[in-house]
Design a protein around this ligand. Structure first.
Ligand code: CDP
Ligand code: CDP
Length: 208
């Protein structure tokens, strides 16, 4: 069983993906971490964000096993990730890794922006997780402020709106709901209710 979870920034994709993976005993890949890792490396190495070939080289050299999610959570890295993610050569370098993960015999859960449309269009279950920008900004603000980042709610909201527009507006694998994805709007749902709704969607699609 392949479960594809897509949605905009801080919609709760990761929370749902991790819970479904644990529930069904499936491996999970947060594909945003790949783009975050390329963005972080580009910032650290002062690579020009217009230099597609150099950024694609960073993407090609990525070692999945060596990624440290905790080091990639900052707002600056999220912004850098969305800038490298518009580049087709960068996306191409990360494609096989993600498709190999999706096609493991065990099945898998992947979350990102283009899982149901590009990475695993054949997925049995596709969920498009969303919430209002204000609800998402509130969640992300709490996370970043809790980690000690000096941000305001207004800055986080502006960052999220800018990233939404870039992710949805790009030509290469834009953030868009797959025609066969079920929408899960969790604006008014807490974490547990949102997970329960995702389990209902899986059950309705697969009987599991
Ligand atoms: O956690 P959050 O939703 O804020 O971001 P993320 O999932 O870690 O993704 C960071 C950035 O990577 C996004 O803004 C996208 O531009 C890009 N991304 C993508 O293009 N395709 C994916 N499958 C996953 C992430
Ligand atoms: O992966 P994505 O960036 O879409 O979001 P996430 O990391 O799963 O969730 C972002 C934050 O929102 C986390 O701190 C979650 O606990 C929280 N959240 C929430 O408050 N209500 C929900 N229904 C889902 C997530």
């Amino acid at each position: 069983m392949i479960i594809a979870i897509d949605g905009p920034a801080a919609s709760g994709k990761g929370t749902i993906a991790r819970s479904l993976a644990a529930h069904f005993g499936l491996p999970h890949l947060d594909t945003g971490l790949l783009y975050r890792a390329v963005g972080a490396k580009a910032l650290a190495d002062h690579v020009d964000f217009e230099d597609e070939a150099a950024l694609a080289q960073l993407a090609g050299a990525l070692n999945l096993a060596a990624l440290d999610p905790e080091a990639l959570k900052s707002g600056a890295v999220g912004e850098a990730a969305s800038r490298v993610a518009v580049l087709p050569q960068v996306r191409a370098k990360l494609l096989t890794l993600q498709q190999d993960f999706a096609c493991q015999p065990s099945g898998a859960v992947l979350d990102g922006r283009d899982i149901g449309t590009v990475i695993a269009p054949e997925a049995e279950v596709k969920i498009f997780v969303t919430a209002t920008p204000e609800a998402r900004a509130e969640r992300r603000y709490r996370e970043l402020a809790g980690r000690g980042e000096p941000v305001t709610y207004e800055q986080v909201l502006a960052d999220i709106l800018r990233r939404d527009e870039r992710d949805s507006g790009r030509a290469s694998a834009p953030l868009i709901r797959a025609a066969d994805a079920v929408v899960l709007d969790n604006t008014a749902l807490g974490r547990d209710a949102s997970i329960a709704r995702a389990l209902e969607i899986v059950a309705a699609r697969t009987g599991r």
